[in-house]
Design a protein around this ligand. Structure first.
Ligand code: G3I
Length: 347
């Protein structure tokens, strides 16, 4: 039986998974560790490299869990995607509170961001393959249907220039790491107009490149849901090709395909869930085929190794959603796993 990582290597593609450090450490379920090591050639920290995890108290860094993941990757000859340097979520309370109560000015905030990026990227210098430098900076069409814009904490306090700054600071701290912009809902162009997030992101990347900002790639997260229908591989490829035509690398960085768990469906109820498992597998395949067809797609990372440890059920609980990963709650491979494997084995 060939593993996903062996098959992916033939395409010069890294196949990755997000790692939940609590699950990786859990002695009671060694399957997690075993599958993470044997099936994947790249890992991403699901949470432990985020700012709130690295610097819970101002000036006091907690490197332990991130170091542990990097050590796991080294032992298993895996590459590491660094996630994430600049994002509006999972920021430490000292930072958001300080800004809200006015004890941290915007000038100081910019210094704090520079120091954060510099400190973290230097700390892991030489050990990170790709960094998600800026994550989820672009608004969604449902927020402002007529005009996509830069959203969130950083744009609000520092203005749009923080994006270029972040890439420059990251490059200075580790010239070897590949620097990515990362976002969700950019898997296809919809209308290429003012309400199209993918189009906005494409133009932003183009401008960054044109002004010499050191951005190396764009990561498309790939959080899909079967209730929204099937994606089309050619549409997904068109987006990747647009980015690579700008001279950028591409990657799918957080692929998972969830389903509604309403009408009493339970995870063990094979007959009921089969259509959802099929639809999930089909969408995993669409993104993978686009990645395989794009000349600069470096990696395909799934967000969660198993339905037992997936962000989906706790995030989408009303109505409940689940079944998003490649392995079920008992670590058995699902149809999506078989389809991903077949795609990698083909050609
Ligand atoms: O750290 C606390 C822990 O101390 C406590 O015991 C536990 C109890 O609930 O909560 C822990 O925090 C949780 C954290 O994950 C670590 O497990 C948060 O409540 C929970 O909200 C957080 O969710 C993460 C989410 O990002 C939050 O932003 C998910 O695990 C993670 O999968 C998800 O990942 C994001 C990517 O970073 C960016 N793209 C979207 C993706 C999905 O939302």
């Amino acid at each position: 039986e060939q593993s996903l990582r062996t098959l992916a290597a033939r395409h010069n593609l890294a196949i990755g998974t997000a790692i939940d450090m609590d699950a990786l450490r859990d002695a009671a379920s060694p399957q997690y560790r075993a599958l993470a090591a044997s099936q994947f050639s790249s890992v991403t920290a699901e949470n432990v490299m985020k700012w709130e995890a690295l610097e819970p108290t101002r000036g006091v860094y907690n490197w332990g869990p991130a170091d542990e993941l990097i050590d796991f990757a080294r032992k298993n000859k895996q590459k590491v995607r660094g996630h994430v340097l600049v994002w509006q979520n999972q920021l430490p309370t000292w930072l958001t509170q300080g800004v809200n109560d006015g004890t941290i000015s915007n000038t100081e905030l910019r210094d704090i961001l520079r120091k954060h990026i510099t400190t973290v990227v230097k700390r892991f210098k030489g050990k990170i393959w790709q960094w998600d430098v800026v994550n989820e900076a672009v608004s969604d069409p449902w927020d402002s249907p007529s005009s996509i814009h830069l959203k969130g904490f950083w744009a609000q306090h520092l203005g749009p220039g923080y994006i270029a700054d972040a890439f420059r600071w990251a490059r200075a701290a580790d010239p070897e790491a590949l620097l990515f912009y990362n976002d969700y809902n950019i898997e296809a162009f919809s209308d290429r107009g003012p309400s199209d997030k993918t189009w906005y992101t494409y133009n932003m990347a183009k401008q960054l490149r044109a002004s010499g900002v050191p951005i190396d790639g764009v990561g498309s997260q790939g959080h899909l849901a079967t209730q929204y229908g099937n994606y089309d591989a050619f549409q997904a490829l068109e987006v990747l090709d647009a980015f690579s035509d700008l001279g950028l690398a591409t990657a799918f960085t957080e692929v998972d395909v969830r389903s509604l768990m309403t009408d009493g469906v339970r995870a063990g109820d094979a007959n009921e869930i089969n259509p959802r498992l099929q639809a999930s597998a089909a969408n995993y395949s669409v993104l993978l085929q686009a990645c395989l067809a794009n000349r600069r797609c470096l990696s395909y990372t799934v967000w969660g190794l198993t339905d037992k440890h997936s962000w989906v059920p706790s995030w989408f609980s009303n109505p409940p959603e689940g079944l998003a990963t490649l392995y079920d709650e008992s670590y058995l491979p699902k149809r999506a796993y078989n389809v991903v494997k077949a795609d990698l084995a083909f050609a």
